[in-house]
Design a protein around this ligand. Sequence first.
Ligand code: PHB
Length: 397
Amino acid sequence: MTAATKRRVSRRGVIKGGAALAAASTVPTGWAIAQAKPLKVGLMLPYSGTFAKLGENITFAIEVLLAEKGGKLAGREIQFIKLDDESKPENAPQNADRLVKRDQVDVLIGTVHSGVQMGIHKVVSESGTLTIVPNAGNNAVTRDLCAKNVFRTSFSNWQPAYGMGVAAAKKGYKKSVWVTWDYAAGAESGAGFKEAFEKGGGQMLPNLTLPFPQTNFQPLLAQIPGLDVDVVGAFFAGGGAVQFVKEYAAAGLKAPLCGSGFLTEGTLEAQGAAAEGVETGLHYGDGLDNPKNIGFRRAFKDKAGRDADVYAVQGYDAAQLLALGLEAVNGKIEDEANLYKALRAAKIDSPRGPISMSPAQNVTQNIYLRKAEGGQNKVVGIAAENLADPGTGCKLV
Ligand code: PHB
């Protein structure tokens, strides 16, 4: 029996029990009993390893939204169950299973790493558990493997890199190479960059890769001068990005560095002067002065003691999406038809600007062109406006 079936069965149990109890009018009804129970939210995120800070920022931001809502969502207390996924794909199905089957979470928010997301996706596609992806970009989750219970408030790997590819071609660069970890996020972002760059008249060489989460970049950097490229694109994130950008600068290569914005996101302080001038494409940037962003950055800093970044924004929006869905069904998460209707139609005032859900339940959003300057990823333009992932192969509705 899948969890969705179980939920439907237990919901019937609750209604039946409620009908019997309602006869004695001072006793709460079944619905009231069910709604009085805290809503269990599983947070399956990396709290250790190269992506630890990403998982922490997502978590802090979810807690910021909950505090703004007075500690409850649609009248429901929230009980978080946190699980460190360590960004280890091999443990992902078992970890997701623990949250879904043992802890019986009502909602799963996770994760950061695309490979781990595949493990979660396998489990929740089976169980029907409402799942909100606050980072991992693997395209399949909102393309051919899309599922009605899975929503993403971050990006597809294709999106930021496609935006950067458009911008790189517009700048007149003609020949490039993508450097990355050899896993879904690296390959899919490389493909997004290539698609846009070649459409704009550029030429891509085969990717230069190393296994995740290794950081022995020197053998890759040593190949670059011989390739005669006029720009280098890259996907790295977290601790690995800090080191790559520093080593790239130290190597004194003539080709400028660009990439998916994760390369310089939440990392600038550690990268220092090495990041100066690096241009990236991302759905967030410093200096976006909309009121939502200004308020969010203040609240996040109070909570976390450090500045917000894209990971924080994605976590905040995962919580905003959940709140909106629960409010539409008065906290009755069992009302799946109306819950999913509300989530699919969501228009969210995000710190990144307005966002909405594509038919495949991925975010449609602006991809900004940013330039790292003086410790900030300054927005210097819009690389791709209101960009939706193509959602290829997704058959929802
Ligand atoms: C991913 O694995 O999908 C991923 C990880 C870290 C990022 C972006 C994407 O910053």
